[in-house]
Design a protein around this ligand. Sequence first.
Ligand SMILES: C[S@@+](CC[C@H](N)C(=O)[O-])C[C@H]1O[C@@H](n2cnc3c(N)ncnc32)[C@H](O)[C@@H]1O
Length: 393
Amino acid sequence: MPSARIGVAESITRALETGSQPQVLVRTVTGLERLAAAELVAARHRVIDLSKRQLIVVPSNATIITDPPRLADDLFVIKAAVTDPGRTRQALAVAMMAVRRRLRACPAAGESVFAVSASFQGTRNYNRFDVEDLVGEALRELTGTPYHSRRTGTPPPTERVDWRVILDGTTMWIGVRPFDVPLHRRDWRRQTVAGSLHPPVAAAMARLAQIRTGHRVLDPFCGAGTLLREAYNLMPEATYLGIDQAPDAIAAARANAPAHTSTSVHFRQGDARQLSVCVDRIVTNPPWDVRLGIGDIAPYLSQWRRILRPDGRVVAILNQEQAAAMIRDATWRVLDVYDIAVAGQHPRIVVAELRQCSGPAQVSSIVRRAVLQQAEHLVRLRHRSEGGGPERW
Ligand SMILES: C[S@@+](CC[C@H](N)C(=O)[O-])C[C@H]1O[C@@H](n2cnc3c(N)ncnc32)[C@H](O)[C@@H]1O
């Protein structure tokens, strides 16, 4: 673990021991705020405020730094919080006096050069660089650490500490990132392909899938394997299969796969229109692009229906049209829909299971289970005849 992270984790532990309540600002994806809160609460942290893309958290221990939330885009330890000064430069200058008082109480920022990024909501008669430079200069004076201004567009040095200022309309938050890079940049991500999913979104989908020990989990449009990689992180005791028609996607997914998982994580080239596996969970991200996309999603939905176990679940991130088709399809019982905003698009995460019926449908579920068992048997036979080492599904 990088030493900066250890230092911040230790300071959080010390602060908690002395009875003070350190606060952390977590940024997430629009539409995932409640799921991010649930992840933090499950890790026993206390979420004290939630707004668009942002959560304020009182950590219960240093794991918020050593094992940070996977739905977070970024995370900052809050060093000062004052009332948002609003529109005018004069009010901003007054707020800066309070900011300086709060920052004076903070320990020095450290040896490295630091940079500041600011953002605000609403119309102001100052710009982000004005805010950044005011906070940057205050920190430079207080700590003696060199400040890199972003105003000229010169890229900051790679080795630096990043401070963040957010004026959210109510509060002006000032925090420092305890990591070298934003949390959404995963160290496992060696390769990407066109359409690669934002990892915190993949992590949210993995949580929604409720994958259990021993489950077989399929992504029939796996791309660079983001969804399965995040799902594996959450539940390593399941088996994962990624299928993609593009060889470069399979190569990327293999490059991104966790080490030493050859018996539980597999990727192979194939067509999502011809699936021959039986699975407990489908987590997937079909192409959304209307022009180069997959056209009507109905044939894919019928594949999913055919291969999913009766108590299975699908978590799919779909464009509006695809989502509408799935929601309309009476064979699916939609459990939840999350509207999110990511990469300038507005997809929907649909969580669904097969609709269970009584009477004749019970018979059909028995028939389907028999068909699934037969398909499993055939797959096993095929792998054995291919001499393909351990049985894959
Ligand atoms: C949006 S990308 C998936 C990205 C993936 N979630 C990631 O993070 O890397 C969609 C993928 O579907 C694949 N694809 C499109 N049609 C397919 C088909 N009929 N069968 C299998 N894969 C297909 C494309 O090659 C592409 O890699």
